[in-house]
Design a protein around this ligand. Structure first.
Ligand SMILES: CC(C)(COP(=O)(O)OP(=O)(O)OC[C@H]1O[C@@H](n2cnc3c(N)ncnc32)[C@H](O)[C@@H]1OP(=O)(O)O)[C@@H](O)C(=O)NCCC(=O)NCCS
Length: 298
């Protein structure tokens, strides 16, 4: 089979599984389709090779992992015995993959999950020697209904609107300025815009008077669950504290409602007080503060 076809079908099957598992934990879920899309395509080349589905004998997906051999192994597990069996296999594989990176000089650690909820998965991780991390990525959520997302005004000269193709270079610059150390490329952004969950209407910016991208928010709609996720959002340092990111988020949430969203999700690292305050100002409250797990392998 054509390699591209196989790869895109892995992404589609992963998206379907992530969406199917969403109701198990709601905003406390390990993943939303937005995490999957952003996690896969914000790199160049994409991280599609890091996606892996673990099926049972009947071919039903029991576990999904996103793991490139470093940092965190994302893990979505179907509840039940078959899910735990597949999770055990996935952890065996992730641990040996990670351990193979050891150079004998520093301890090798493996992180698993971001906000593990399931008691059976927690028991499995404890039995394998994992411990809860003390810090994580809290999830915030808010309901969306009808006209309850109030519009916000922006300073004169700025315009809140959908991202256009001719904004791409500026959009990438704004992202890299907002997140120092990140090196998003236009090629990656183009691939992101071509992935199935991407909705042009939900990629919203505030354009400056000079027509540069000042603030941005990309939203991802899981239409089956009616949940829209903000990932990522930010503001170029030259344009902060003018209400631009709040205006972009509120506009994107309004358009999400028109597309069928009934609730919204966003996450921030626990130390990012500015992001927390921004999301609170957009009506979000903390929904889950559970963290992932870590184990020292050798
Ligand atoms: C967090 C960030 C997106 C805020 O963007 P912004 O355009 O400056 O935010 P806004 O002007 O729309 O602020 C809206 C509200 O958020 C809160 N807020 C924003 N920045 C804040 C800060 N540095 N400290 C405290 N509260 C802050 C305030 O309540 C503010 O309302 P106010 O100005 O009326 O008090 C921006 O600082 C940024 O890009 N940071 C780096 C990237 C990042 O952390 N993104 C979020 C990742 S989850």
């Amino acid at each position: 089979m054509d390699d591209d076809v196989t790869r895109s079908s892995v992404f589609d099957r992963a998206a379907a599984f992530v969406s199917e598992m969403w109701p198990e934990s709601g905003p406390g879920s390990e993943m939303h389709v937005g995490d999957l899309a952003w996690g896969t395509f914000h790199r160049w080349p994409s991280a599609i090779g890091a996606l892996r589905l673990w099926t049972d004998a009947a071919g039903q997906t029991q576990v999904f992992t996103m793991f490139d051999g470093s940092r965190v192994c994302d893990l979505v597990v179907r509840p039940g015995r078959a899910g735990l069996d597949a999770a055990t296999q996935a952890l065996d594989w992730a641990e040996s993959t990670r351990a193979a990176t050891a150079d004998g000089r520093e301890p090798v650690e493996l992180r698993v999950g971001r906000r593990v909820q399931s008691s059976e998965v927690i028991d499995l991780l404890h039995a394998r020697g994992y411990e809860r991390l003390p810090f994580g990525v809290p999830a915030m959520s808010r309901p969306l209904a009808g006209d309850d997302v109030a519009p916000a005004t922006v300073p004169r000269g700025y315009e809140v609107r959908e991202l256009r193709t001719d904004d791409l270079a500026s959009r990438v610059l704004a992202f890299n300025a907002a997140f120092p150390g990140e090196e998003l490329l236009v090629d990656a952004y183009q691939a992101l815009r071509a992935c199935p969950p991407y909705t042009p209407r939900l990629d919203v910016i505030a354009a400056s008077p000079a027509s540069e991208v000042a603030a941005f928010a990309t939203l991802w709609l899981d239409a089956d669950n009616g949940v829209v996720q903000i990932e990522p959002t930010g503001c170029h340092p030259d344009h902060r504290r003018r209400g631009l990111t709040r205006a972009v988020i509120l506009q994107a949430l309004q358009w999400s409602v028109e597309l069928g969203a009934t609730s919204a999700l966003v996450r921030h690292v626990s130390t990012n007080a500015a992001a927390h305050a921004l999301y609170e100002s957009c009506g979000f409250t903390t929904a889950c503060e559970d963290t992932g797990f870590i184990k020292t392998l050798r």
